[in-house]
Design a protein around this ligand. Structure first.
Ligand code: ZN
Length: 287
């Protein structure tokens, strides 16, 4: 009887983790059918998603959002080297978009002064920034491209986070493979969070407790850091990185996150923040 009750409590805790889910990282593929599939998935979790929208799809998405309120939060998928980037940001802001991203494949380092007007504009509008960090795919190996992982290094976010203390910054992919750096700069920058989308949770599936070595400072007092009640894992937020319409990745991602967090002994309360609580607070209060 008691074990049945415990089991029930455990099941309730598990269900609670994805109730009010926030997925911080969903790429729109430009098709309305995909938006329908995404919204159906979100309804199951009473969730919302940060939908990354290219300027070309803005009209379609704003019309869709008007008809399906409350599930999609727009992020302007701009290119930092686009000569019209500031005008695009203005347009996205006017449309009610709350952030920019996924910022990736830049010609210069993320913290290059050339991008200052862009980050200034985002900060003026209170928009969040979602950066790709670490390794990046090479979709057309037959074509020459001016792309380098060196310009997308996770450590470059440290400078941006410090210069823009009121801007919430999300680094996608936990800096893959610079996990240790990602964890440490998240520790010192209260406005910096990471998602664990991409190949990382697959690469580390045989050793899920590896992440305890990255998010090590829960309830630890060390020089310059007082003991905190907050789990270090709360620097992680949920992001699925669904792209190209591959909606299955949404469910698979939730499973991978849960397996890792459970293996690392992360509490249901901290998991609820990882799966949505943290970002709902930021959406509501700006920090
Ligand atoms: Zn990415």
């Amino acid at each position: 009887m008691r074990s049945a009750l415990l089991l029930l409590t455990f099941a309730a805790a598990l269900a609670a983790q994805t109730h009010k889910l926030v997925d911080a990282h969903v790429h729109h593929n430009g098709e309305v059918k995909f938006l329908d599939e995404l919204v159906a998935r979100l309804e199951k979790h009473d969730g919302i998603a940060f939908l990354l929208v290219k300027p070309a799809h803005l009209k379609q998405v704003t019309a869709y959002m008007a008809k399906h309120p409350g599930r999609l939060i727009g992020f302007g998928d701009v290119e930092l080297d686009d000569p019209n980037v500031l005008a695009h940001i203005d347009t996205f802001h006017k449309a009610g978009f709350r952030g920019l991203g996924e910022i990736s494949r830049t010609r210069k380092d993320y913290n290059d002064p050339a991008y200052t007007p862009i980050y200034d504009r985002a900060s003026q509008y209170g928009m969040m920034l979602l950066f790709h960090t670490g390794i990046v795919n090479r979709g057309r190996p037959d074509l020459a491209e001016d792309v380098s992982v060196d310009r997308l290094r996770v450590t470059l976010l440290d400078n941006i986070a410090r210069r823009y203390p009121k801007t919430t910054i999300i680094g996608a992919h936990l800096g893959n493979p610079d996990y240790a750096w990602a964890g440490e700069i998240a520790r010192w920058n209260p406005n910096l969070y990471f998602d664990l989308s991409g190949s990382t949770l697959i690469k580390k599936q045989e050793e899920p407790t590896f992440f305890k070595s990255i998010f090590w400072w829960s309830s630890v007092a060390s020089p310059h850091t007082p003991k905190s009640q907050v789990s270090a894992f709360e620097k992680v937020i949920f992001g699925s990185d669904v792209f190209g319409g591959e909606i299955r990745e949404f469910d698979d991602s939730i499973d991978r996150y849960k397996r890792m967090l459970t293996a690392c002994g992360v509490s249901p309360e901290a998991q609820a923040n990882i799966f949505g609580g943290t970002l709902r607070r930021i959406l509501a209060t700006g920090k």
